[in-house]
Design a protein around this ligand. Sequence first.
Ligand code: GRF
Length: 205
Amino acid sequence: MKIGILISGRGSNMVAIAEAVRDGAIPDSDVAVVVSDKSKAPGLEKARELGIETVVVTRKKRSREEHDAEIVSELKKHGVELVCLAGYMRLLSAGFVRAFPNRILNIHPSLLPSFKGLHAHEQAIQYGVKISGCTVHFVDEHLDHGAIILQKAVEVRDGDDADSLSKRIIVHEHAAYVEAVRRIAAGEIVIKGRRVNTKAITHDD
Ligand code: GRF
């Protein structure tokens, strides 16, 4: 399975996926390209160090649709079959979503549907929840909304701030994202509307 990863920043989730592909933890896959909308995203250098081709597609003064069309064409040019958003800070247009039906994933640092959008850790702390975590989900054109593939819970401790909570959650993000991509690469999931289930593996299979 050819994977394309979209980043805007540091790219630690991208590195986790790329290393899992390299080490065989995600089977029969290849990270074909890393695309960034920011030319200075620190993750770009990390991708190059891992030997992955990188492409920068900035928005310039174009519409969202035009920008997305160029990204889709780069992904298609590289034969991408699964798109992973990893700290990609833009909402995808309907055209982008339609180009990869049920083939775009995102990771968000909260237990969705709570605390969508920016500053999820801060939102969780301000609300006073005792448990937060991360969510890997399919992407549709609404913010942090598509069907949930998997979630990991993380305790919010007294005295946590956004920084300390994010440091505890990010470790689980890396594991969750790798596991979600592995399940998709292995053909282990079944999608029924909003419900994403793990295929029952029986001895007759
Ligand atoms: C992560 O917390 C992810 O959940 C959110 O943006 C952050 C990206 O971190 N969508 P990184 O660039 O993968 O290190």
